[in-house]
Design a protein around this ligand. Structure first.
Ligand code: HAM
Length: 412
């Protein structure tokens, strides 16, 4: 037997229904907020992520599945979708095709990380991006939609965390303040943090090494170093989050592990996930479109880990619930019961039916196990009267309904 590659996984029947349910809920929510679906290739030029995700990130430095293809070109499996979305936006001049460019996509991403619960080498993301809008009302709308998605999936215990990392104008001052505050204590940090303090001091906030935590917790807050414009943007964003009645916490540690963020950053954390507790994360990245060769357009978005969402969803979510179970009794009524099942299905009613002419009791038991909301009993007596007995499985109420009306009643 040749096993699957470490950090990859199959999604099997039984589990796939939860994925399909999650995707359906997400598609519905995205459509309601005006997003359009896009699918981009899983393989791209390595340069796109070196420039986009950032040379100093762990993703680019350590985790990319990058190689030279047979034509000698440096390519990589995508570790994230944002640079690809930007590329597609620029390459197809989407701002001319769409009134507001709001895009979403699903697909596998690849990062050579150490696998553990909720962390894989091939994982799947929902990716959401909006281009060309700088106003803070959009920041709040994007964050609110992220929260609505989590809620729509039935995930109750989730915490929304937000921050602002400033912009090209104010970040250098904040980086200097970080280094000053570290001072002598820099020597006490882990090797990774000491390297980060030279390449990109903000990355120190990502550190998970226990010995570094007291030092990191005592560092200055980015929101105290914002320029006037960034401070106003953050104030407007949080005010709008409050207007939208969202509970959120501001965390100065939320700097995110990718280089392109400017101003707003956010994450939704789940509680069922252990160490890998980020259900989704994102932020604003004004400047990235231009950096990748496009026009000077704003950008904001987030990505959710599908494995993590599916893991955090309640038990039974997405399990198919039939609307109707047709119980067929008696030799004459059986063919008519299958005609009834056909009519219900054509009318959009999810319908199960029994095939082996068993007793009423046995069929009722199976109907109960199926979780069907209503049982429709069609026996020889009902057939003769031109009726169907309809039983509501929740209330237990039972009533005779004319055969001519039952399909309309069930689909109404
Ligand atoms: P990210 O924080 O790297 O951001 O990933 C987003 C989400 O993907 C995480 O919160 C997590 O749920 C999931 N995820 C990341 N790595 C793994 C993994 N190894 N295994 C399982 N799930 C994982 C981004 O990727 C940005 N592109 C988000 C964004 C979009 N920012 C703006 N637009």
């Amino acid at each position: 037997m040749i096993p699957a590659i470490r950090g990859t996984h199959d999604i099997l029947p039984g589990e796939i229904e939860r994925w399909q349910h999650a995707e359906q809920v997400i598609r519905d929510v995205c459509a309601r907020y005006g997003y359009r679906e896009i699918r981009t290739p899983v393989i791209e030029r390595e340069e796109l992520f070196a420039k986009g995700t950032g040379e100093t990130t762990d993703i680019v430095q350590k985790e990319m599945y990058a190689f030279k293809d047979k034509g000698g070109e440096r390519v990589t499996l995508r570790p994230e979708a944002t640079p690809s979305m930007v590329r597609a936006y620029v390459e197809h001049a989407l701002e001319q095709a769409l009134p507001t460019v709001k895009l979403f996509g699903f697909g596998p991403m690849f990062r050579y990380e150490r696998p553990q619960k909720g962390r894989y080498r091939q994982f799947h993301q929902l990716d959401v991006e909006v281009f060309g809008v700088s106003d803070a009302t959009l920041d709040a709308e994007v964050i609110e939609m992220a929260a609505a998605l989590v809620h729509g999936l039935g995930i109750e215990e989730a915490e929304l965390v937000v921050n602002s990392v400033g912009c090209r104008e104010c970040r250098p001052g904040f980086s200097r303040a970080l280094l000053e505050a570290l001072g002598e204590r820099r020597a006490d940090l882990c090797a990774d943090c000491r390297r980060r303090s030279e390449t990109n001091p903000l990355r120190i906030f990502d550190c998970k090494v226990p010995a570094c935590q007291p030092i990191v917790d005592a560092l200055p807050h980015s929101t105290d170093y914002l320029c006037e414009a960034c401070a106003a943007h953050f104030a407007a964003t949080t005010a709008q989050l409050t207007a939208l009645e969202l509970d959120y916490r501001v965390s100065h540690r939320l700097v995110r592990g990718l280089d392109y963020y400017a101003r707003t950053t956010f994450e939704v954390l789940g509680s069922a996930l252990g160490a890998q507790n980020a259900l989704l994360g994102g932020g604003r990245y004004d400047g990235l479109v231009r950096q990748l060769g496009g026009p000077d357009r704003a950008g904001i978005g987030f990505a959710a880990g599908m494995e993590r969402l599916v893991l955090a969803m309640p038990e039974g979510a997405g399990a198919p619930v039939p609307d109707a179970f047709v119980v067929a009794l008696g030799e004459t009524a059986r063919p008519a019961a299958h005609v009834l099942a056909r009519d219900l299905r054509h009318a959009g009613v999810t319908t199960l039916v029994d095939y082996d002419a068993r007793s009423l009791r046995a069929q009722m038991k199976r109907a109960d196990r199926s979780g069907a909301r209503r049982v429709l009993i069609l026996g020889d007596d009902e057939l003769a009267r031109g009726e169907v007995t309809v039983k509501d499985m929740e209330s237990g109420e039972q009533a005779a309904v004319a055969r001519a009306e039952v399909v309309q009643r069930m689909s109404g």
